[in-house]
Design a binder for this molecule. Structure first.
Ligand code: AMP
Ligand code: MG
Length: 351
């Protein structure tokens, strides 16, 4: 397909990227030479409990036109100036993905421009590589829906470790809800746990579960919740202990991936990357190994449309556009299933 691409169009142009894998509907605009022109996010926050996929999708459908319009305005562009439209094709929640895909298809077909499907997890890595100026990291991607340790090896992003059950962000959020915390003033539940943990003084042993290179957080969540409900423990101490155990598990698996791949960079991304305690633990580990640690800035570490636009450009250069029949959503799309032609030919000894 790439031979049919008009190379001239790739020098000048703009990609609009749509992210809608979970609770955020986000739009980013990036120029083909890599300039970030707009990053607009509309977050859906449920009044009670976790994300309800259909309600989140309804939110996305309601705000889509407004968020796209706002992104164009911030970029100083008109819709007709766009050259391609990219969207997060997966992985994610079906109804949410479908809403983003529908908006992207409609926009691309109305403007008669190419449509590109992007893997959400790979987009997190690619925007991290770009904004942190990192070339070949081991990436720890920790968010509300994902927990993955991945690195490029043998022409693909390989999964070195991942959660066997719930994601770390989900573990923190569920614990927060179980102990009665509610989201206020846009402060994420994970950040509330972090603040309470700072006042923790006593370590309470909790289940530490690493199986091979994979992680499990559900036993840890159940035990921490049970101890809170039984009473007799300060919430601050439980938050502190929960963080110490969960983040040690993440650091252990990341360290083993660094040792195995012999890579010299570690990239931390996803919503949970904002946590200072996790950053500190990883920093100590990377320093001991003579590697460098990079934390993706929040606006590009959270789910965002910029990462979709940027990865859309990379992908379009090598793979061209999707046909309409290829544009169905892929809710369980794994990173190691994705061809990464823009990194082809890079030397990698860890395959
Ligand atoms: P994302 O799924 O990438 O949009 O990120 C959302 C997740 O990040 C939620 O689970 C939040 O609770 C979590 N999060 C945000 N800030 C922090 C923090 N400071 N510490 C731990 N988790 C956080
Ligand atoms: Mg999110």
């Amino acid at each position: 397909m790439s031979s049919s691409l008009d190379a001239r169009r790739l020098k000048e142009g703009y990609c609009l990227g749509i992210e809608s894998t979970a609770d955020d509907f986000a739009v980013g605009i990036v120029s083909f030479d890599g300039e970030i022109l707009a990053n607009v996010i509309s977050a859906y926050s449920p009044e009670k409990g976790g994300i309800h996929p259909r309600e989140a999708a309804r939110h996305h459908a309601n705000v889509a036109a407004k968020v796209i319009g706002e992104a164009l305005e911030r970029a100083g562009l008109k819709a007709k100036d766009l050259s391609i439209v990219a969207f997060a094709q997966g992985p994610g929640l079906g109804p949410c993905l479908r809403t983003g895909a529908t908006a992207a298809r409609a926009l691309a077909s109305y403007l008669k421009i190419p449509l590109v499907g992007v893997n959400h997890c790979i987009a997190h890595i690619e925007i991290g590589r770009k904004v942190c100026k990192v070339s070949d990291p081991v990436t720890l991607y920790v968010s509300g829906g994902n927990t993955i340790v991945t690195a490029f090896a043998g022409d693909r992003y390989r999964v070195f470790g991942e959660t066997l059950d719930i994601a770390i962000g989900n573990c923190l959020d569920t614990f927060a809800r179980e102990v009665g915390l509610t989201q206020k003033g846009g402060v994420p539940l994970g950040a509330m746990i972090e603040n309470l943990a700072k006042k923790g003084k006593r370590f309470i042993p909790l289940p530490y579960t690493v199986k091979g290179m994979d992680l499990s957080f559900s036993g840890l969540l159940t035990r921490a919740t049970q101890l809170f409900k039984d009473g007799g423990y300060r919430l601050e101490d439980l938050c502190f202990s929960l963080q110490e155990v969960a983040f040690s598990m993440l650091t252990e698996v990341t360290e083993r991936a660094v040792a195995h791949t012999e890579k010299r960079e570690v990239l931390l991304t996803g919503g949970v990357a904002a946590n200072r305690r996790l950053q500190d633990m990883l920093r100590v580990m990377t320093e001991e190994r003579g590697a460098e640690m990079y934390v993706v800035p929040k606006q590009y570490a959270l789910d965002n449309g910029v990462m979709i636009a940027w990865t859309g450009i990379l992908r379009y250069r090598y793979k061209g556009a999707l046909s309409l029949s290829e544009s169905g959503i892929r809710p369980k799309w794994r990173v190691d299933e994705v061809d990464v032609p823009w990194r082809r030919g890079e030397r990698s000894d860890a395959s």
